[in-house]
Every structure is written in C-alpha cells, then in structure tokens.
Design a binder for this molecule. Structure first.
Ligand code: PMT
Length: 416
C-alpha cells in the first residue's frame, strides 16, 4: 500500500521499487541507491544478473534492502520465495541501474533468458534504464538502436552522464549518481494536479447478446483504457475502471467494475459521475444491440436475413450533460477521415477534448500494444506519435492533468 511522506519539502508516495542490477563497475553505486530509496519510504527488492554478482555480492544488497535478492530464474528456492510473476506484480516501478549494453540489447530483443529480463517482459509497471558503459559502447549504433527501440516500447532512459570512466577514458557513459536517480523517481511521483481527484475510465468492448451463447461485439482488448487507469492511479488519482470483458488483469490501486453490455456500462457510469472530477471514455461501446434477446439458443432457422437493432444509450454524451459536469474526454476510433469524424464527435457529444486514433491498420488502435493519437481541445491539436500504450497513457494523463489544472484555475478566476 502506498504511504505518504515528505522529502525535502516535496510530497512523495512510498512505492514498491524493483531494482535490476546488471554487470558493471557502477553496480557499487546501486548499493547507495537502495539505501536512499529506503530512506525515502520506498520498499525495494533487488534482482541481480550473473555478471552483476562479479562486482557486488547478493548478500550486500540483501542486507541493505532487507529482502532476499533474486538471482536466478531457474532456482527453485528463490522462485518459491517470490516467483518472477509475483516480482513483476510487486513492482510499481522497475529501475535497471546500472543497465549494461548487454542487458539493453537483450531487453530490446524481448528476451527472457534470466530473471531480470523475464520480469521485465511480465510486468505492467513502468521501466527505466540507467545506462552505464564505456563511451564507445554507448555511441555504437547498435546500442543506440537498442535504446531507441526500448524507448519506442515505453522504457524511460535516465542518463548517462559524461565524465571520467573506470577504463581511464573520458566520455558519455557514466551511470547517473544515486541522488540524480532518486530525483527522477520523486519527480515522477510528485503531487500532480490530479492527485486525489476521482477519475472514471471506461475500457474494453461491450457485448450485446443475441441469445445465451451469441453476442455482437468488437475488437477492443482494453489495453488503452487499462494503461490510462494504471497511469492515472500512478499519478495519485482515485481511479474507477469500468470495463467490458477483456483478458487483462485490473491494474493495481484501481477500483474495478466489470460489466458486459452497453446498458450495464451506462448504469455503472451514471452511478459514479456525481462524485467524479474527470471522465475518460476509452471503451468501444456498441452503438446498437439486438432488439430481441432469445431466452434459449436460437437455431440457424430462427434467424431471418435481417437483424432488428435498437440504439444503445450514448454514455459519454450523457456524462457531458451533467451539471456540474466532469472534465469529459472521449476517444474516436476511425478507419478514414479521422480528423473530420473526431471533430464532429467532439462537438456533437459536448466533450472537452477528443483523442482520435486510426483503427483498422496492422499496428495501432484496436488490440495492439502501440498507438498514435491526435488530441483535439479548445487549446488546439496535439500529436502523440506511435509509442507503447503504457508510455502514451502517461503522456495523455500528463496532458489531461495540466488541462484540468488550467480549467480549475480559470474557473476560480471567473468566480473572483
Ligand atoms: O482496447 P484497445 O484494444 O486497447 O483499443 C483501444 C481503442 C481503439 C478501443 C481506444 O483507443 C478507442 O478509440 N476507444 C473508443 C472506441 C470507440 O468506440 O470510439 P467511437 O468513435 O465509436 O466513440 C466515440 C466516443 O463515444 C468514445 O469515447 C466512446 O467510448 C463513446 N461512446 C460511444 C458509443 C456509446 N454508445 N457510448 C459512448 O460513450
């Protein structure tokens, strides 16, 4: 559970931090990093690669973190203590410091050939790498391509610093000092305008039954909405995620309401709106449902050539009619004329902003790990290039948080 504490005048949340230590002389600095993180109220668990153990012993990290250190993916004893999936779930944030050229390359390939890389593949937590290597290794185009690939998939890259290197040369490749790494973490966790605000997010598809075994639905996986819920919760908001059926586990620290049909989503949303500051409609709500639902499985002879449909309630439009209404942000999923259709929905549904994404392509939109969107509001248009849905969600929540802050300040000015 997150605990609050005060650090040098700044309010921060105690988090569950998983520190990955890979092979490099800078590994000794990570011992001090663990100490400082614990001083700042974070719970820290450490995973070491086998190369890291040539520089610092697991016992040192165990003593300083207060927890056993994970070293081996295939070790029955450490899997029994906390298996790699539990470690992946434990983390609010993963930091790899030092991140060697080797571990960066393996992560960029999606490999899972040791405990650290397996946990990184299995987690939904944000991951930051803190590179440390010889400056020529850092500038090597292969390393740079690997780093760019990780950034594309949502990894943050902190550093490296320039300076004298352990090999006696000078250049870019020194690991950031523990103080600078702690600052990155605390800046990420510092109080945001949406801290303690209530955000209702819809996600996933709805299912509209024809009979007890058949339904009409769509390709939404829920990944975009769940990523938004995780990012908003991580930013300190109270998040209520109302979701249609998906294969995803609800994010940590989020109140989860599971529904199946558009009518159920409408009911669930309407109950929450009176206590809500911000509403984000990322769900792909079916616009229509079969007019009649057969009580028993229909035989194929029961179906005529036409299917009678009834319009579902427009949930986000109803949210935008509330007085006072929450900041209301919709998505528009379009296969063509994306901007035109999105702008029309923005106006017709009475939204504060609309996030337009193109669907129907091989990558992005429905059931993809990446997405690129254009956000339209009274402030104009903002383009968010293709990136992982996790990273995009953080950027969108950052934008929404700033917009909310500005609106609140403007309305106070108007009252004054
Ligand atoms: O779930 P993923 O696989 O990660 O895919 C993400 C996504 C493509 C589903 C997501 O990014 C997205 O675009 N969600 C909205 C999909 C959609 O149904 O868009 P729309 O253009 O049909 O609807 C416009 C807005 O009205 C949306 O905010 C929608 O939630 C809302 N709506 C629509 C119909 C309805 N009856 N009630 C609504 O509230």
């Amino acid at each position: 559970m997150a605990k609050r504490c005060s650090l040098r005048g700044k309010s921060t949340m105690g988090q569950s931090i998983l520190l990955g230590v890979s092979g490099g002389i800078a590994a000794y600095k990570s011992v001090d990093l663990v100490r400082r993180l614990r001083e700042n109220n974070h719970t820290v668990r450490v995973i070491m690669t086998s190369a890291a153990q040539s520089f610092v012993t697991p016992l040192t990290f165990q003593a300083i973190s207060g927890h056993p250190v994970g070293c081996d993916l295939l070790d029955a004893a450490s899997e029994a203590a906390m298996d790699h999936i539990s470690l992946a779930r434990f983390a609010d944030q993963i930091i790899i410091a030092p991140a060697s050229a080797d571990v960066i390359a393996r992560l960029a390939q999606g490999m899972a050939n040791d405990l650290l890389t397996a946990v990184c593949l299995a987690t939904t937590a944000p991951i930051a790498i803190v590179p440390a290597m010889n400056h020529r290794m850092w500038h090597n185009p292969l390393t740079q391509a690997n780093v760019a690939r990780l950034q594309q998939f949502g990894y943050a890259v902190w550093g490296p610093d320039e300076g004298a290197q352990a090999c006696g040369e000078y250049g870019l490749g020194r690991m950031l000092e523990p103080d600078a790494i702690v600052k990155h973490i605390e800046n990420k966790n510092s109080v945001t305008p949406i801290h303690s605000k209530t955000i209702v997010i819809t996600a996933g598809p709805t299912r509209e039954p024809l009979d007890p075994v058949r339904f009409i639905s769509n390709r939404s996986s829920g990944k975009m909405g769940y990523a938004l819920a995780a990012a908003a919760a991580h930013s300190g908001a109270k998040v209520i995620l109302i979701s249609g059926p998906t294969a995803l586990a609800p994010p940590k620290n989020v109140e989860f309401i599971s529904i199946e049909t558009a009518a159920q989503m409408y009911e669930a949303v309407m109950q929450q709106i009176p206590h809500c500051d911000i509403f984000i409609g990322a769900a792909a709500v079916a616009d229509f449902r079969p007019t009649a639902v057969a009580p028993q499985k229909s035989s194929k002879n029961d179906f005529s050539n036409t299917l009678a449909l009834t319009a579902n309630p427009d949930i986000i439009h109803a949210v935008a009619q509330f007085k006072p209404k929450p900041l209301t942000i919709g998505f528009a999923a379009e296969t063509h004329d994306v901007k035109l259709h999105a702008m029309r929905k923005w106006v017709d549904k009475g939204l504060d902003a609309i996030i337009a994404n193109q669907v129907g392509l091989a990558e992005g939109g429905f059931d993809s790990d990446v997405n690129s969107v254009d956000l339209y509001s009274a402030n104009g248009a903002t383009h968010f290039p293709q990136q992982s849905k996790t990273e995009l969600a953080y950027r969108l929540i950052g934008w929404i948080s700033n917009y909310y802050d500005k609106q609140t300040k403007d309305s106070i000015k108007n009252i004054g």
